[in-house]
Design a protein around this ligand. Structure first.
Ligand code: KG4
Ligand code: ZN
Length: 334
């Protein structure tokens, strides 16, 4: 039985998990910085690094304690190498390297998006490659064919804002708290999608663009304010959510059909969105739609451990020269 200690610190969550064969979690600890960043309406990179520095040792210790293991009893240390905020990544990478060196354990470097795409295995260990992955987070939106562990063909991605970023920016304009996705989802539940905000279809591609939608919502709000006209925030939230999810869902389903993939995996923070999950399934009733529980959609170390298990099996180890990379490309080949 292999036991892997996994560490994630790419953005505003300091997380550690211990995972063993069969994607069985022995521990899963997430220390979120959301309340700190909420004061500023979004993630402040310098503050994030400092918070990771404070949190990383206790979070890792708590994960080991939960698993009932000493560091000497784990078989490998896995860490998110990138992409993400460089100052945040460096905390996890440096600490993982120090632990691996001190305890004489092998090191496994994980791509954050491969982590997100591996999260569904935690609750659906029977999931098999290949599958279509819609990866939608605060910093990435992409459609990929997951061919095998470590092999992903990127079909398209956002040309500007990521889907989660669009949720966050629109929420901010509506006076809703950070992170915007859950706030918009909740507010949208009390409204109707009565406004037809634009979705950028970018026909013939699997690319996305959300900056036009953001501008349209900002213009709408300014116009209403200038004219002194009333509107319901819940209706704007519902309409903006609709404009985001209809294009995500349609492209994921089209790609699954074009590449003849029976399973569609939704991954990343935005995959926690209930309307997105329902839309994908209703557009593709003939396909299996798999998504992690919300706690495994947003950043966590369990998903890093899940990706690391496959790397361990492949014997793909990193050495102590490993460096954090803010723009680490996935072994994605377009
Ligand atoms: O994967 P994640 O935790 O961090 C990154 O890797 O970026 O994703 C965070 C993003 C945020 O933009 C947040 O607003 C969005 O995921 N998000 C949601 C929901 N929950 C989180 N977006 C829409 N609906 C949700 N329920
Ligand atoms: Zn993420």
């Amino acid at each position: 039985m292999v036991k892997i200690l996994a560490i994630e610190s790419s953005c505003d969550e300091t997380a550690a998990a211990v995972i063993t064969d069969g994607y069985r979690l022995l521990a899963n600890v997430v220390a979120t910085q959301i309340p700190v960043h909420q004061l500023y309406g979004g993630v402040v990179p310098e503050i994030a690094s400092r918070e990771h520095l404070n949190a990383v040792v206790p979070v890792v210790n708590r994960a080991l304690a939960e698993a009932g293991l000493a560091l000497s009893e784990v078989d490998a240390v896995a860490v998110t190498q990138g992409p993400g905020l460089i100052g945040s990544l460096l905390v996890g990478v440096s600490y993982a390297k120090a632990l691996a060196f001190a305890a004489g354990k092998p090191l496994l470097a994980v791509h954050h998006l491969e982590g997100h795409m591996s999260a569904p295995f935690l609750e659906h260990p029977e999931l098999r490659f290949p599958y279509l992955a819609l990866v939608v987070s605060g910093s990435h939106s992409g459609v990929a064919v997951a061919e095998a562990p470590g092999r992903y063909q990127l079909l398209g991605q956002s040309r500007d804002d990521a889907a989660g970023e669009a949720f966050d920016k629109i929420a901010r304009a509506l006076g809703l708290p950070y992170p915007g996705g859950p706030a918009i989802q909740q507010t949208a539940g009390e409204g109707e999608a009565v406004y037809d905000f634009p979705s950028a279809w970018l026909e013939g591609t699997y690319d996305f663009s959300f900056s036009g939608l953001k501008s349209a919502v900002l213009n709408f709000l300014n116009q209403k304010k200038m004219k002194g006209e009333a509107f319901r925030t819940a209706d704007v939230a519902a309409s903006a959510q609709e404009a985001i999810i209809r294009v995500l869902a349609a492209k994921a389903v089209r790609a699954a059909r074009e590449y003849d993939l029976d399973t569609i995996v939704l991954a990343g923070g935005v995959a926690a969105n209930q309307a997105l999950r329902e839309r994908v399934q209703s557009l593709a009733p003939e396909r299996r739609v798999v998504y992690p529980s919300p706690k495994f959609c947003t950043d966590n170390a369990a998903m890093i451990g899940a990706a690391a298990l496959a790397k361990w099996q492949r014997g793909e180890f990193a050495d102590l020269s490993l460096n954090a990379e803010a723009n680490l490309p996935l072994y994605f080949y377009a």
